[in-house]
Design a protein around this ligand. Structure first.
Ligand code: HEM
Length: 398
């Protein structure tokens, strides 16, 4: 059946919402939009925002109508290549499949879990007992970076390099103002990464392992080198911030309500603490898709060529699914959330992230410092529109 979308009205238009509001306090905006305007063209973002869970899932589950292949984003320039995140269909599947063996359940258990456990032991044992330290800089960022170097096959990269490259790639992919200086930073970082990947590829050809770079360069019919490198870069851009922010968010959620903290420690509810944390404040809050044909959402005409933005952060607070979604509550009924996305681009690192945090870091850290406390919970600031998490997390370790 062909939809006659021409008779449908355009979605309402907003010129009041600012990027600053969406960066500082997005959830109050999304709450209002879910109630009043769940399909809204927002001038400041230049996109049609979708804030209801059924709509965000519908879009991601329908790649033929809502393509990831948006040529108008700065990502291609920042990464010096078209990455798998911006591809559809067979091309996307081939590139995702090329990395997939590194993310298999077997490799997570046999290869990454022992390494990650050792890294967690090392990094937690460096933390000073009895002092107040910022777990953002001392633990969450470095831990995420070090684990990722092993998964990707580049353990020679330092934690500082990984975090710097990750941030530059993220900034470049979000450089919608096309600022030259930012792209120049991306070029310099790309040069550094490419040189390191060249050396690592030689090493891994001689001594293959289960890492993403190794399985790609040693494949019988490898994808082009440009794609191997750009997809390793996607994993660098997408594999540090999210576990880092998830860890800090979960710790904040637990420490602002010590009854939950005690129950989680006592009953080992680490998986619940993890899922609830990423539901509560989704580390990747939004995603964009390009509309390939005139269509309708909630009775509104969505024209071909429009860009819709699925707000998974909002979907995860949708009143139709969650009661008091704005609260961190490890005891809430288990319901599917959208923090890892949906459809063909569903996060490839989901199980790695669960293992790193729910199975390894959270129980270890809370076992070593069972009485840790937030000295000033009211001063913890969450920040970010595209990516979101606490800007810092000072914790007194006991
Ligand atoms: C709590 C941690 C994490 C969260 C919440 C998260 C979230 C997401 C989301 C929402 C997407 C989909 C974006 C879209 O639909 O456009 C995604 C994609 C992706 N994530 Fe994650 N991520 C996490 C950790 C990781 C880790 C540790 C890796 C490791 C490399 C990773 C690798 C990827 C990759 C490669 C993609 C692209 C998949 C594709 O386009 O087919 N993620 N992630």
């Amino acid at each position: 059946m062909t939809l006659d979308t021409s008779v449908a009205p355009e979605a309402p238009f907003d010129d009041q919402i600012t990027i600053q509001q969406l960066t500082l306090d997005p959830y109050s905006v999304y709450k209002r939009l879910r109630a009043e305007a769940p399909v809204l063209r927002v001038k400041a973002v230049g996109r049609t925002l979708l804030t209801k869970a059924t709509d965000t899932k519908y879009v991601k589950d329908n790649p033929a109508l809502f393509s990831s292949n948006d040529p108008n984003t700065p990502m291609q320039r920042a990464f010096r290549a078209h990455t798998l995140m911006r591809k559809d269909g067979a091309e996307h599947a081939a590139e995702r499949g090329a990395m997939a063996p590194a993310f298999s359940a077997r490799n997570i258990k046999q290869c990454w879990e022992p390494i990650y456990t050792q890294i967690a032991e090392d990094y937690v044992s460096r933390l000073p007992r009895g002092e107040t330290v910022d777990l953002f800089t001392t633990l969450a960022g470095p831990f995420a970076a070090r684990c990722l170097t092993h998964l990707l096959g580049i353990p020679e990269a330092s934690d500082a390099e990984m975090q710097r490259w990750s941030q530059i790639l993220i900034d470049g992919a979000g450089n919608f103002g096309w600022a030259d200086a930012l792209f120049a930073q991306c070029d310099a970082a790309n040069d550094e990464m490419d040189a390191l990947f060249d050396a690592a590829s030689d090493r891994l050809r001689a001594e293959p392992d289960q890492s993403a770079l190794s399985v790609m360069v040693n494949a019988a019919d490898p994808i082009p080198k440009s794609q191997i490198y750009s997809n390793i870069k996607i994993a660098i851009g997408g594999g540090i911030n999210e576990p880092r922010d998830a860890l800090l968010t979960i710790l904040y959620g637990l420490l602002q309500d010590l009854d939950q903290f005690e129950a989680v420690k006592r009953d080992g509810l680490w998986a619940d603490a993890f899922e609830e944390g990423v539901r509560w404040v989704a580390p990747i809050q939004v995603s964009s898709r390009l509309v390939t044909e005139d269509t309708m959402i909630r009775g509104f005409h969505i024209p071909k060529g429009d860009t819709v933005m699925t707000i998974q952060a909002s979907a995860n607070h949708d009143e139709e699914i969650y009661e008091d979604g704005h609260l961190y509550n490890v005891f809430r009924p288990k319901l599917p959330h959208q923090a890892f996305g949906n459809g063909p681009h569903f996060c490839q690192g989901t199980h790695v992230a669960r293992r790193m945090l729910a199975n390894i870091m959270l129980p270890l850290l809370c076992d070593r410092f069972p009485n840790m406390r937030l000295p000033e919970p009211d001063k913890v600031q969450f920040y970010g529109f595209g990516f979101r998490g606490p800007r810092s997390l000072p914790v007194t370790l006991n």
